[in-house]
Design a protein around this ligand. Sequence first.
Ligand SMILES: Cc1cc2nc3c(=O)[nH]c(=O)nc-3n(C[C@H](O)[C@H](O)[C@H](O)COP(=O)(O)O)c2cc1C
Length: 162
Amino acid sequence: MKLNALVVYASNSGNTRMVAERIGERLREAGVDATVRDVFGMKPADLRGYSLVVFGSCTWLTMIDGKPLQAQLPEHMHRFAHSAEHTRLPGSRFAVFALGRHEYTGFAAAASHLRVLVHKLGGAELVQPLKIDGFPHHQLETVDVWADQAAANLKRDAAVAR
Ligand SMILES: Cc1cc2nc3c(=O)[nH]c(=O)nc-3n(C[C@H](O)[C@H](O)[C@H](O)COP(=O)(O)O)c2cc1C
């Protein structure tokens, strides 16, 4: 059976979308059938049926319970994570990436929020989170290495499970 992956991202100004699309391309080059989707409009049930789910998000200043908080997920990813709290995907594999800027307190803290979501979903992380500081355009090699590692670990786990 061909391995498949869903890359779910939240991006306010396009950087995270660029990284998500690059990860999708790289996974496809590694032979994984990868789909890339904006989290906007997605339902938790849409996460089912994939060998690997990759979550990626920018880090933002977000209104949470009526207060503006730094170092958060943007609102649409925050809402999705909240709605998925009671979804369980125990057999799934996950990977997380986050964008941010080191000038902010809580650099790329979106990664920590996404890891909490993965923990609640009950799956296992295939690789350490990827954190991108600033514009990703000149950091695409780092993204490629990370995506290749995720694909290799996914294949390794699939071979062991056979
Ligand atoms: C209003 C605002 C708040 C931000 N807050 C944070 C933050 O708390 N921590 C951080 O590391 N980066 C923060 N950033 C930086 C963004 O995460 C970074 O620019 C990222 O590349 C944006 O990704 P996007 O283009 O996908 O939206 C903030 C940027 C803006 C404009």
